[in-house]
Design a protein around this ligand. Structure first.
Ligand code: SF4
Length: 627
């Protein structure tokens, strides 16, 4: 790929390749509501890169949010980039044709800023592949002033170290304001003749911007391989990086004219975010910590956005987005109003992850698309003991009562989601998974309704994540996951019950990347050299290649995945502050070990610490209902 840059021109002609690829619409752009600005009139061109294929990236609402906000700025354009499919990549490599933006077909190397969104660790090798396809040196240290500034943000940026050698700067936290500020400041900086280096220095010492510049921090190791400390290479860089935070999400734009893809994507529908954050405190959940505190969009604004989106896109489905639909404080009036509107407009309404109480059943009965389709529960663990360990506020009675009600109403399928390999898990907890499935089949039999009835049990493998109470625990080995899958396969030989499980090899690599330090950059580089890409897709994942990559990079996988960390160990992400204190997380881990639950903090603040930085008005708002 060394000669790619030599063939670059400002606007590439991609049409010659389109007839040779499986899905040309992935590469042509020009969809309804896409924004094409004249690049020659812009002060700054920002390439927003999603490290997976078009159909997945276009279903990610965060991209549409930032696309609109950035394009609203004078003199700045935002253009999209996706990972090319395997067929397109082959053609590009054969023809020395660089990766390009969808809007103006600009080669990556000619952008001012290239920004990756990091949603899933298993897309990290795609980032390296995309840099290479764009003709850019992979390592920041090998890029110079002629190359675009390469930035990244998103949930995986909360442990940025595995990508630290490849990314110039990470934006930690909410992107709506911080990204625009970074782009504006870089634009002004460039205009006044400033260098990339001087910009990075400036950004790294600005508090509240949430910018982390990895090259200004080195990891120093102890003899046992753990981190001893960080050494700053630029004295003025912030000691800790506080996440950027939107205080009032009603005050930031949400797309009312989202792009309408030309081909089917994972989610083809209008989507409105109702609130950000979660108060439930599931101990395995990273999103529940890093997006705190709860910030709600007003009901009227949600409805206005929904109506405008439906009008401007022609979608026939509307969904709402949050970590827990029913937790929206005005959920019942919102759902009622949306249901009425959708019915009138003949639009189907999808309300994911509802708490299954009577109101929700009434809603489910009324809305199109849901009626008598699969009922979904995520108990996550098979016994109450283990559900208390993970602080999952759901009991077997909740499940069985909801199932009885659903069967009465004519539902025919129940889907159950569990995790295996959770801290303190024993085989009794696995037996509990089979017991729940068996009991649900029994409830159906006893209901006397007859007919076909199915339960699907889907099991994922627990991956400890940074910034959670389980960040200190060791992950199961591939062998242990396999034994548990085999055990469950036997236990779930129950008529009417189907069993699915995730690839154990993928989960262990995800575990290494999720809690790795800067040494993991070498692993990623080796994996990339061996051709790893699209690693989250089981048909592309190769455990053999990753094992070989670990060997080549001198990485002991068990050190990063299976090792338990002690209380005072310096963690690679310690300098990144989510707002939730380390003391709170440790306290939660100790409560988990003892099986003590911590209540949803809407019933009373439990002291996570996020309110030290930003007003959190949710602690105890339901205090009067707490009975
Ligand atoms: S500060 Fe209190 S109420 Fe707010 S998110 Fe944290 S625990 Fe919950």
């Amino acid at each position: 790929m060394t000669s790619i840059k030599e063939t670059m021109k400002r606007k590439l002609d991609v049409t010659t390749f389109l007839s040779k690829v499986e899905k040309p619409a992935r590469y042509i752009g020009g969809e309804k509501n896409s924004i094409i600005k004249n690049p020659d009139d812009q002060d700054l061109i920002f390439g927003f890169a999603f490290p997976d294929i078009y159909e997945i990236g276009m279903s990610y609402m965060g991209m549409q949010i930032l696309y609109n906000i950035v394009n609203d700025r004078e003199g700045i354009s935002c253009e999209r980039i996706f990972a090319p499919g395997i067929d397109m990549e082959e053609i590009m490599r054969k023809n020395n044709f660089p990766l390009f933006t969808l809007e103006n077909k600009i080669p990556l190397a000619e952008l001012d800023i290239l920004g990756f969104t990091l949603q899933y660790e298993m897309s990290f090798t795609n980032i390296l592949n995309m840099l290479e396809l764009g003709g850019l040196p992979l390592k920041s240290s090998d890029r110079d002033e002629s190359h675009p500034l390469v930035i990244a943000g998103g949930s995986c940026a909360f442990n940025p170290e595995p990508l630290a050698n490849f990314i110039d700067a990470f934006i930690i936290g909410d992107g709506e304001e911080a990204l625009v500020q970074v782009l504006e400041e870089y634009k002004n900086h460039k205009k006044s003749g400033g260098s990339k280096e001087s910009f990075l220095k400036c950004a790294s010492k600005t508090s509240d911007l949430g910018v982390y510049v990895p090259k200004f921090y080195n990891e120093i190791y102890n003899d046992d391989g753990t981190i001893k400390s960080y050494e700053k290479t630029y004295e003025e860089a912030n000691d800790v990086i506080e996440k950027a935070i939107i205080k009032d999400i009603d005050q930031v734009d949400f797309p009312e004219n989202p792009i309408v893809p030309l081909i089917e994507t994972v989610h083809d529908r209008a989507v409105v975010e109702t609130f950000r954050g979660c108060t439930r405190g599931c101990r395995f959940c990273q999103a529940g910590i890093i997006y705190r505190p709860i910030r709600e969009r007003s009901k009227n604004r949600i409805i206005e956005i929904a109506k405008n989106q439906l009008r401007s896109t022609g979608h026939d489905e509307l969904s709402i987005l949050s970590l827990s639909t029913s937790d929206y404080s005005c959920f019942e009036p919102l759902a009622t109003e949306l249901m009425d509107y959708c019915k009138k407009e003949n639009v189907s309404l999808s309300l994911p992850s509802l708490r299954l109480d009577t109101f929700s059943f009434n809603v489910l009965e009324q809305i199109q698309g849901y009626k008598k389709s699969g009922l979904t529960f995520a108990p996550e663990a098979g016994t109450q003991r283990l559900r208390d360990v993970i602080n999952k506020g759901i009991t077997e009675d909740d499940i069985f009562e909801a199932v009885s009600q659903a069967i009465e109403l004519g539902w025919r399928t129940v889907k159950l989601y569990f995790m295996i390999g959770l801290p303190t898990e024993t085989y009794e907890d696995l037996d509990g998974i089979a017991d729940i499935a068996r009991k649900i089949m029994e409830i159906h039999r006893e209901s006397g309704r007859g007919g076909r009835f199915n339960v699907t049990v889907s099991v994922s493998n627990f991956v400890p994540k940074a910034h959670t109470p389980f960040q200190w625990v060791g992950q199961d080995t591939v062998e242990s996951f396999r034994d548990k899958h085999r055990y469950l396969q036997e236990k779930l030989r129950i008529k009417g019950v189907k069993f699915n499980y995730h690839d154990d090899g993928v989960s262990v690599i995800e575990g290494i990347l999720a809690r790795g330090d800067r040494r993991i950059c070498d692993l990623l580089l080796e994996a990339h050299k061996l051709g790893c890409k699209f690693d989250g897709w089981s048909e592309h994942f190769s455990k053999e290649k990753w094992d070989k990559a670990a060997k080549n990079a001198g990485i002991d996988s068990s050190f990063f995945a299976q090792r338990s960390r002690h209380e005072n160990e310096v963690l690679p992400w310690d300098k990144i502050h989510s707002g939730v204190t380390r003391e709170f997380l440790w306290k939660e881990w100790k409560r988990a070990e003892e099986g003590i639950i911590t209540w949803d903090c809407r019933y009373g603040c439990v002291g996570c610490g996020v309110n030290r930085k930003v007003e959190c008005k949710w602690g105890g708002i339901y205090a009067n209902d707490n009975n």
